[in-house]
Each structure stands twice: as structure tokens, then as C-alpha cells.
Design a protein around this ligand. Structure first.
Ligand code: BGP
Length: 485
């Protein structure tokens, strides 16, 4: 019997800010990712360093124009290459492409009352192209792309007025693109507001003067939960048969030993991670989360109707990214290693990627089982993959057996979870084509089945090449996940 459902959504995931480029074309306004600069000699463990944003850095970025120092402004020029790229995804047999809509292509500052027609026209061209190739779009409404104007004017999602601006943007997407899209997602990795407040929520730390940065983070999160619920309600009114998902970075955390203090610490980290999907799936703040906030002295400013909004706008499915597991120890002297914008104690049983992220396929099965048991709604894996240094051979080939191994082992564990009863809608790996890294703004951290000829400094022909993994994934999809060799 087949392991995966017949309509399983095999594909890949990208984000507007990491691929599109065309940062100032056809009316697009600046978004927060346009501030992310390239840092040579980067220490991958120094998240505080490379996530640091100040008002001065923003001013410099706003004045920088086409400077090569801001790689997300050029992306991989998907804006002009989307037909070629989508044709390559189709050649692999993609059933789905997860992509995001840049808020500032539609609303350049976020405050306009009418959308920019050129922005709408661009996404319609992309959706038409996907349709012609029988690829279904899965759309993330917010993937680190809030208008920079809303960040500098209101300190981002800390301000309640952003909810209305976001819902107006979401409604435009539903009205304009509802014929093309069945699966929607609200906020990419909503939990990441705490790890990179500017990237996810437009919060500028030096503007947090009347409140602490921590208060700002939880206030912004509250506004995002409410906005997500309102957008969900709106989607249901406007597009029948559509589904709204919430999205979590699944940071599965193990205790370093069976010492109860290690177990307790890992439990509290896991609960912290779940809190965000709990709110969006259960439609209310879990009691332990309320207690946790109170114990930190954080008082969320909520409006009277917020509880009802959360209860009425629950997510239909849970999407998550999974790259690695983490380990926690109560012993602060344990060796720490890098991870997805978060550090971890070194797990001696796991190998690591070139960027130090620990590789744990079994952790994906554990994650699927935990999530399905907790929420009992369909799941979707919307990011999973390996950032690595690839080498383009003289004959135009890229032999990325390490990537095939990583993906094969993760897909095999995913299959076991499905065999154990998990309801899984699809798998979109990150990323089907090389793009700009969100955390480091490097091009050399490559995830794709398709190689893009461009270096960290933006030099290269932008030509696309199929890697060995391209042909491997093609077979995986053709066999609906049966043939992983
Ligand atoms: C996720 C983000 C993606 C993506 C990925 C890999 O957290 O949702 O946008 O980029 O991580 O991270 P990086 O690009 O830093 O390697």
C-alpha cells in the first residue's frame, strides 16, 4: 500500500525577500529584509552580532540604493527568471511551490488604501505560470517582509495599528489570488519574533524606550496572533474550500542527560516553542503560557474582543520548518554549537552541516509524532533542507551527494511517521533553488536542487544548473516517495 496520500504535495519552498530581487522596481517599497547587509568573515555562532539592527543601520540602508552590500535586494532575480525557474520545478515534478507575497509590492509603505496594480500583476503572472505547469501555490502572507515604513514609523508589530494594515493586505491577496490558492499560511515561523525581532516583526531595539525589548516581543506576538485569526476569518468569507495554516519553527529539544534538571529545562524550551501554535490552534493562550508571561512581569495589552477573535480564527492545519534538533543542559559549561538562529548544546550522536547545524532525521519523526498527538489536525512540512558549500564542476555538474543523503534520511523518517498514523499533507523542502540565506545573507550557503551562478558579492551569470539532487528528487516525486535511492 502507498505510504503517502495520492494528492501528497511534493515540492519546495522559497520566500520573496530571498529570491525576487527587483527591490525597487514597479513601485515596490522597502521591506525589512532590504536592511540586511552582507557581513564578510561572519562567525555563524554570533547571532546577536549578525541580527543586530539599530536606527542608524536602517538610515544607512535607506540611503544605500543599489549598493552590493544588501544581497536580499538582488536575491536571485526570480522577478525576471520566474518562468525559467518554475519550468525547472515542473521538470522535477513539483505538485506545489510554497512562496510568499512581498507585502511592499502590493502596499509599498503598508499604509496605502489601494494596492499597487503592478505588484498584483506580477504575482498573477507567477500564479498563471504555476497553473500552466500544474503546480499548486502554497502562499505565506508574511515571510520576513513587513514594510520598512511600518517598522520605522510604529516600531513594527508592537503597535496595534499594524493589525489593520496587515488584514487589508491579506484581504487584497484573498480577493486577487483566491482563484489560484487553496493553502495559505499567515506568519512564517511566528515564534521567531523572540529570536530576531526586527526581521520577523520590525521591532527596532533602540526604539524600545517606554517598554523593554522583551515586552515589545510579546506584545508584537499578540498582535500577530490576532491578525492571523482575523485574516483566517476573512479568508473563509472570501474563498470557499481554502485552508489557513499557522507556522512554527520546530525546535525539538532533548535533555542532555536524564538528570531531572536537564529534562525540566528541555521541557520548558519545548513548551515555549509550542506556546505559539497552541494559541493559534486552540484559539486561546494556554494557562502555562499565561503564567510564564506573568512570571516575567509582562502584561499584554489586549482589547476586549481579542479572545473571541482568537477563538473564531483558529488555524486549519499546522505547517512547520525542521532543520535540526537541539539539546539543553543545566550545566552552563557544556560545549555550544550553532543552529537555526539559536544555539544548542552539542549532541555527540549527531553530525553537523558546513554551518554547524546538527543533522537529526529521527528528530523529524519525533517532531511529527509530538505535533500530531498534541494538535490532531493535518500537518505540513514546509521547510527542511541542508545549507552546504557546493562546487560547480567544469562540466557544469554539481555532485551534492551530502544533500541527497540528508533529504533521503529525513524523507524516510517522515514516511515512518505517516505509517504510524500522522496525517501529513505535503513536504516542501527548503529551498529548491539556491537563494540568499536569511540569517547570514550569504549566497554561498546553498540549499537548492538548482545551482545559481552567483557569489556572496553578487558576481556571476545567474545561470541555473541542475545538481545531482535535482534528478534524485525527480525520482522521489515520480514514485510518490517510494524510491529514495
Ligand atoms: C528558516 C526561514 C527561511 C530560511 C531557512 C534557512 O528559518 O524561514 O527563510 O532561510 O530558515 O535559514 P538560513 O537561510 O539562515 O540558512
Amino acid at each position: 500500500m502507498a505510504i503517502f496520500r495520492d494528492d501528497f504535495l511534493w515540492g519546495g519552498a522559497i520566500a520573496a525577500n530571498q529570491v525576487e530581487g527587483a527591490w525597487n522596481l514597479d513601485g515596490k517599497g522597502l521591506f525589512v529584509a532590504d536592511v540586511a547587509s552582507f557581513k564578510p568573515h561572519l562567525d555563524v555562532k554570533d547571532y546577536a552580532g549578525h541580527n543586530k539592527v539599530t536606527s542608524q543601520m536602517i538610515e544607512e540602508a535607506m540611503a544605500a540604493g543599489d549598493s552590493k552590500d544588501y544581497p536580499k535586494r538582488r536575491g536571485i532575480d526570480f522577478y525576471h527568471h520566474y518562468e525559467e525557474d518554475i519550468a525547472l520545478f515542473a521538470e522535477m515534478g513539483f505538485k506545489a511551490l510554497r512562496l510568499s507575497i512581498a507585502w511592499t509590492r502590493l502596499y509599498p509603505t503598508g499604509e496605502e488604501s489601494e494596492p499597487n496594480p503592478e505588484g498584483i500583476a506580477f504575482y498573477k503572472r507567477v500564479f498563471e505560470c504555476l497553473k500552466a505547469h500544474h503546480i499548486q501555490p502554497i502562499v505565506t502572507l508574511s515571510h520576513y517582509e513587513m514594510p520598512l515604513h511600518l517598522s520605522v514609523t510604529y516600531n513594527g508589530w508592537v503597535d496595534r495599528s499594524i493589525i489593520d494594515h496587515f488584514v487589508r493586505f491579506a484581504e487584497t491577496c484573498f480577493r486577487e489570488f483566491g482563484d489560484y490558492v487553496t493553502y495559505w499560511l499567515t506568519f512564517n515561523e511566528v515564534d521567531s519574533v523572540g529570536r530576531h525581532p526586527f526581521t520577523t516583526a520590525g521591532i527596532i531595539p533602540d526604539r524600545c524606550t517606554d517598554y523593554s525589548l522583551e515586552e515589545a516581543v510579546y506584545q508584537a506576538l499578540h498582535h500577530q496572533y490576532v491578525a492571523a485569526a482575523l485574516a483566517t476569518k476573512k479568508m473563509r468569507q472570501l474563498i470557499s474550500g481554502s485552508h489557513m495554516g499557522c507556522m512554527l519553527t520546530k525546535l525539538t529539544t532533548y535533555p542532555n542527560t536524564c538528570h531531572p534538571n536537564d529534562v525540566l529545562l528541555s521541557l520548558s524550551k519545548n513548551l515555549e516553542n509550542y506556546a505559539h501554535s497552541d494559541v493559534q490552534i486552540f484559539g486561546c493562550y494556554p494557562r502555562l503560557y499565561q503564567h510564564f508571561l506573568a512570571s516575567k512581569g509582562i502584561r499584554i495589552k489586549a482589547e476586549r474582543g481579542d479572545h473571541a477573535i482568537l477563538a473564531e480564527g483558529k488555524a486549519d492545519y499546522l505547517a512547520f520548518s525542521y532543520y535540526m534538533s537541539r539539546t539543553e543542559s543545566a550545566d552552563p559549561t557544556k560545549e555550544q554549537v550553532a543552529g537555526n538562529t539559536i544555539m544548542s548544546v552539542k549532541n555527540p550522536y549527531l553530525a553537523s552541516t558546513d554551518w554547524g547545524w546538527q543533522i537529526d532525521p529521527v528528530g523529524l519523526r519525533i517532531s511529527l509524532l509530538e505535533l500530531y498527538d498534541r494538535y490532531q489536525i493535518p500537518l505540513m512540512i514546509v521547510e527542511n533542507g541542508m545549507g552546504a558549500l557546493d562546487h560547480l564542476e567544469e562540466d557544469g555538474k554539481i555532485h551534492d551527494s551530502y544533500r541527497i543523503d540528508y533529504l533521503r534520511e529525513h524523507i524516510a523518517e517522515m514516511a515512518k511517521a505517516v505509517e504510524m498514523g500522522v496525517d501529513l499533507l505535503g513536504y516542501t523542502s527548503w529551498a529548491p533553488i539556491d537563494l540568499i540565506s536569511v540569517s547570514t545573507s550569504q549566497m554561498s550557503k546553498r540549499y537548492g536542487y538548482i545551482y545559481v551562478d552567483q557569489d556572496d558579492l553578487g558576481q556571476g551569470s545567474l545561470e541555473r544548473y541542475q545538481k545531482d539532487s535535482f534528478y534524485w528528487y525527480q525520482k522521489v516525486i515520480q514514485s510518490n516517495g517510494e524510491d529514495l535511492e
